[in-house]
Design a protein around this ligand. Structure first.
Ligand SMILES: Nc1ncnc2c1ncn2[C@@H]1O[C@H](COP(=O)(O)OP(=O)(O)OP(=O)(O)O)[C@@H](O)[C@H]1O
Ligand SMILES: [Mg+2]
Length: 449
């Protein structure tokens, strides 16, 4: 049974703890119990639950006080009170200040099951909404009529409804993420989350906690319990981007998670079942990585159930003007500008470009053109205007510290190189002579993108 929902029951009556655990476990929940509020608080420090059933009357601290503390700590468990004869009024009040529901003693086991089910569904909904907001579906469609793109769209429509793992290979900017999102949107999991992890952007010492979550106190800096991306993607799709940059140690753990469909948060003693479809992407030749000992063959075979190779833009010339016009249209709407048309020579110039940064480079160019030019006709020379060769004002007042100046120069320089490579991270890192991972850190520190 796939159910990762965890329930905490706090009641001082031993027989209630026993009967609630057994019926909830029969329903597939993981249940933990405590007979007093103090122990419950300690348990809550170590792990997160989905629903907490709290008796109102407890030996020292009562259930209402425990609820108050949980609220102060901004805990996210849905709370259901269990009330005896004398405490119904308090239970009603508690629901007014945020408890999900209350159950009267003697407990009707049927009512318990329904209330817990409703509460855990609400909890799931709240979490999903939170993530849908940040991981909102992309508003761009897969554009292209070249034979390669037609074939790709056909492949996606066949692959999507299956639950098969997918490995996407392609140069930077060829649309790997867009394809992963399209597969998710066309799958039976489309109403569930699509969660992305960029394996190259996360420092290796943090990736395990990012993927599997951690318990508070399991390492320095783990000040709170954290859910990992595998769990956040439960029932949905997990997109492991730049999989070729994952360390061998992390690869071993991901392999285990895929084999067992279970994860173990850092510092936790138990495993959690997850139901996740994994789509992985890379711009590295994974078979070469395997032969050179940097990628585990067994993980590759696990991920590579369905293989998609995205052709670089230069190999699907037919799509260049179509894509460019699509993005001119897209950005003119976005920036509320007049629609623009390309002259014949401008179109020809587009075909001459090597497009090392693939669709991303072309998309950036369309955006720049829409922002920079007011007219309705775009000439060849408009396309290749260099945005960073602006005149430098000679009457600048130099007032910043050396550190600020260095940072500003660094930011400017990185932007120029990024612009030159059409946003290609691998190439930019190579030109700058730094590791990709290092570049990602710099981009985020300098607030680029
Ligand atoms: N066929 C396409 N139609 C429309 N837009 C596309 C297409 N392919 C790519 N794009 C757009 O180009 C940009 C780059 O695509 P995406 O991020 O999916 O590429 P990627 O292969 O994941 O790149 P990277 O390797 O750099 O992460 C995105 O904004 C995406 O929407
Ligand atoms: Mg990508």
């Amino acid at each position: 049974m796939i159910c990762s929902n965890k329930i905490l029951v706090v009641d001082d009556e031993e027989n209630i703890l026993i009967s609630l655990s057994s019926i909830l476990e029969d329903e597939g929940y993981t249940v933990k119990t405590s007979s007093d509020a103090e122990t419950a608080l300690k348990m809550l420090e170590k792990e997160e639950f989905d629903v907490a059933l709290l008796d109102i009357w407890l030996p020292k601290m009562d259930g209402l006080k425990l609820f108050e503390i949980m609220k102060e700590q901004k805990r996210e468990e849905e709370v259901i009170f269990i009330s005896g004869h004398g405490s119904i009024e308090q239970a009603v009040k508690a629901t007014k200040i945020g408890a999900f529901d209350f159950l009267e003693k003697p407990l009707s086991l049927e009512r318990v099951v329904v209330a817990v089910k409703n509460a855990s569904q609400k909890k799931e909904l709240v979490e999903k909404e939170k993530f849908f907001k940040s991981e909102l579906k992309s508003d761009v469609e897969l554009v292209g009529e070249s034979p390669a793109m037609k074939e790709l769209k056909k492949q996606i429509s066949i692959i999507a409804p299956s639950d098969g793992r997918v490995l996407i290979y392609g140069e930077n900017g060829t649309g790997k993420e867009l394809v992963a999102r399209s597969i998710h949107q066309l799958s039976n999991r489309s109403n569930e989350p699509f969660i992305e992890v960029n394996c190259a952007a996360i420092p290796s010492e943090l990736i395990e906690s990012e993927l599997f979550g951690h318990r508070k106190g399991s390492f320095t800096g783990a000040i709170e319990n954290k859910k990992g991306k595998f769990l956040l993607a439960n029932k949905g799709t997990l997109f492991l981007d730049e999989i070729g940059d994952m360390s061998l140690m992390t690869q071993a753990k991901v392999l285990r998670a895929l084999e067992e469909q279970k994860i173990e948060p850092v510092g936790a003693s138990e495993q959690i079942k997850v139901d996740v479809r994994v789509i992985a992407a890379t711009n590295k030749d994974i078979e070469k990585e395997i032969s050179e000992g940097r990628f585990r063959a067994d993980l590759f075979y696990r991920l590579n159930v369905i293989f998609i190779k995205l052709p670089p833009l230069r190999e699907r010339n037919g799509d260049i003007s179509l894509l460019f016009e699509y993005y001119l249209d897209y950005y003119s709407k976005k920036y509320k500008k007049e629609k623009k048309r390309l002259t014949e020579s401008a179109i020809n110039a587009l075909y001459e470009c090597p497009w090392n940064g693939n669709v991303r480079e072309l998309k950036n160019l369309a955006e720049r053109v829409i922002i920079m030019y007011e007219g309705t006709e775009i000439l060849e020379e408009d396309l290749f205007y260099k945005p960073f060769s602006e005149k430098k004002s000679s009457d600048n007042i130099y007032s910043g510290t050396l550190k600020e100046a260095r940072k500003s120069f660094e930011r400017d320089y990185i932007l120029k190189v990024l612009n030159q490579t059409g946003g290609n991270i691998a190439q930019t890192a190579e030109i700058l002579g730094i590791e990709r991972r290092h570049l990602y850190r710099k981009l985020s520190a300098l607030k680029i993108r």
